[in-house]
Design a protein around this ligand. Structure first.
Ligand code: TNX
Length: 474
């Protein structure tokens, strides 16, 4: 094995800002618990032994954006990648190869060893995401950053933020300030709610970017818009603003399709959100528009799609958007019925797989789970793990599948601890489905590998569900 002693430093090559920052990130994860300072240095031509080396090598494009090769000998740890994101993903493997107590925030007694090995590793799917509903209950910037760090630990690369819904509007729009000021002033159950300033949002996006995670903002339209209607009477068809809503029904609200004010609203919101979004996608919701007439729904989605494309972005929407005429770059998120996703795929659109009965993190584990819902059934750890996105919808080719995403709706969740309880231990299973080849999938082996992560979550103070089906290791 390789011994991580106080002699070890991290050498980076080339020593660009980006690679150096990844080295600093790794040092920052290891130093506090190891109890000694690990420095980040520029590699010489002949890199010295007894160190960790992070090397960006143009030589192996087969690794893609996120792949890496990790070689550990008793003399040295060498992590190579084609792109910086690959180095970052490989750093997570180094963390996971060290003893669990490396994740504690203070100096721990320990012998920090890494097993000798060679790994060549890259993801199966491009899109390995999680969605967080900050609308039903609001979560602070720090809560979101904590979730980002937990996603990063499992090499996930997308965070979809569900920013608006009937119960709350959570992002400041300068042209329509009452959306956040009034529409963000409560939440399910009537608590104080909250919203992100544009600076908060940029902070979240930059933090995610430093972990090679893309943030996808969702502004849900034309349904799920009660908080907006309550904030501007001019957006309603009858010109009267309703009171704020703090219940958990769905499907009762709709923007007034065809009204000039509605189009002005969509234009301003999409423009401001696009300006805040480094990534190429804007999610426009489109789900459960049960109070929007069908023809108006289609017309509206096509209008919004044009506005999104005019901002240089691509539209993502929940599967219902497949009723509209989609541009080739638009992406459909499957959640309930196979048909819309399949028909979109047949027309050449790509699909994100979020089948509710497998991957909704807000579903209870079983009937005793104190949090969560159960409309899509109970999702125990095995149900969460034991499926393949490519054989989920009959007749949909794997090439249409962009990847998978695990939504976490927050009707019943109020704290980051609640979020953690629903996400863990299921989330790593989704990360594996997204990353690893199907040929390696084996529930019995997975159970044992997962069991070892309980001690890591204890070290990280993650509030996880100690599912009885797993023999958790101390
Ligand atoms: C359905 S999934 C919804 C959400 C709810 C969720 C609760 C989807 C596109 N819409 O509005 O929060 O169920 O599980």
């Amino acid at each position: 094995m390789f011994v991580l002693s106080d002699l070890v430093d991290i050498y980076v090559r080339p020593a660009t800002d980006e690679v150096t920052n990844i080295g600093r990130y790794l040092a920052g994860r290891l130093s506090p618990s190891a109890g000694f300072e690990i420095s980040v240095l520029e590699a010489a031509d002949i890199p010295p032994d007894e160190n960790i080396h992070l090397i960006l090598a143009e030589a192996d494009p087969g690794l893609g954006e996120e792949g890496y090769i990790l070689t550990i000998t008793p003399q040295r740890v060498t992590l190579m990648a084609y792109r910086p994101a690959g180095l970052f993903r490989g750093c997570q493997t180094i963390r996971q190869l060290l003893p669990p107590s490396i994740e504690r925030a203070t100096a721990q007694p320990g012998s920090w060893t890494l097993p000798t090995l060679t790994i060549r590793d890259y993801p199966r799917f491009e899109w390995r995401g999680a969605m967080l509903d900050v609308a039903r209950h609001f979560f602070s910037v720090d809560d979101v950053k904590r979730y980002i760090d937990l996603l990063a630990y499992y090499k996930m690369n997308r965070l979809h933020l569900h920013l608006t819904d009937d119960q709350g509007w959570r992002i400041m729009i300068d042209a329509w300030p009452n959306l956040a000021a009034h529409g963000g002033s409560t939440q399910v159950g009537g608590g104080p709610g909250g919203y992100y300033t544009q600076a908060d949002y940029a902070d979240i996006a930059a933090y995610a970017q430093s972990r090679y995670i893309m943030v996808i903002p969702e502004i849900d339209m034309p349904g799920h818009t009660h908080a907006a209607l309550a904030s501007y009477a001019s957006l309603t068809c009858d010109g009267a603003a309703p009171p704020l809503y703090t219940g958990t029904e769905v499907g009762f609200s709709s923007l007034c399709v065809g009204k000039n004010e509605t189009l002005a609203f969509v234009g301003d919101v999409v423009r401001e959100i696009a300006a805040l979004t480094p990534g190429p996608y804007i999610h426009i919701g489109g789900d459960e528009a049960l109070s929007t007439e069908e023809a108006e729904y289609r017309q509206f989605i096509e209008q919004v799609q044009a506005v999104v494309e005019a901002q240089g972005k691509h539209m993502i929407g929940w599967e219902e958007i497949a009723k509209a005429d989609l541009q080739p770059g638009s992406v459909v998120q499957h959640w309930r019925n196979g048909e819309p996703a399949k028909s979109a795929a047949q027309q050449g659109n790509r699909v994100i797989m979020s089948p509710a009965f497998r991957i909704y993190l807000d579903m209870k584990y079983d009937e005793t789970t104190p949090l969560g819902l159960s409309w899509a059934g109970y999702i125990d750890v095995k149900t969460a793990y034991d499926w393949d996105p490519a054989s989920q919808v009959e007749g949909m080719p794997e090439s249409s599948i962009l990847g998978i995403e695990a939504p976490l709706w927050s009707e019943t969740l109020e704290t980051i601890s609640d979020i953690e309880y629903m996400a863990f231990p299921r989330l790593p299973g989704y990360a594996e489905i997204g990353w690893s080849p199907l040929s390696g999938k084996d529930w019995e082996a997975y159970k044992r590998r997962l069991a070892a992560h309980g001690a890591r979550w204890d070290a990280m103070h993650v509030n996880f569900h100690r599912a009885a089906s797993i023999a958790w290791e101390e």
